[in-house]
Ligand binder design. Structure first.
Ligand SMILES: [Zn+2]
Length: 125
């Protein structure tokens, strides 16, 4: 294991711990420099994306299909989401084989929630 200073594609530097063979580490560094944003730029990019919700199946204390916010800074609007009936819960992404649930803001899939999403300017993927 060693620490490397990587110049991200945004031009900012970050330090990464890398493991494995030297050739693999070097390949990984090249990939990161071409593809990765530093944590600050990544956060800004995520925050600038529009909110997008997808239908998923909730697994915690409620049954049925839910809209889960998957993209955008839902944290910034969490009070509004709560007011509108959203709750923070766990779900299994439908396109994943993983047994580890993900967490997100969700609302039961209904005609009313579709209107709420529209009202909050949240796109449905
Ligand atoms: Zn950056």
């Amino acid at each position: 294991m060693a620490k490397y200073t990587i110049t991200c594609k945004c031009g900012h530097e970050m330090t990464k711990k890398l493991f494995g063979k030297t050739a693999d580490r070097e390949r990984k560094i090249v990939w990161m420099e071409q593809n990765m944003l530093c944590p600050d730029c990544y956060k800004k990019q995520q925050n600038s994306l529009p909110l997008v919700a997808e239908k998923e199946i909730c697994i915690v204390n409620k049954d049925g299909r839910f809209f889960v916010i998957k993209q955008g800074n839902s944290y910034a609007v969490k009070e509004t989401l709560k007011e509108k009936g959203f709750f923070f819960g766990e779900y299994f992404p439908k396109d994943s084989q993983s047994m580890i649930p993900k967490k997100g803001w969700m609302i039961q899939d209904s005609e009313e929630s579709t209107k709420i999403l529209e009202e909050l300017n949240i796109k449905i993927a």
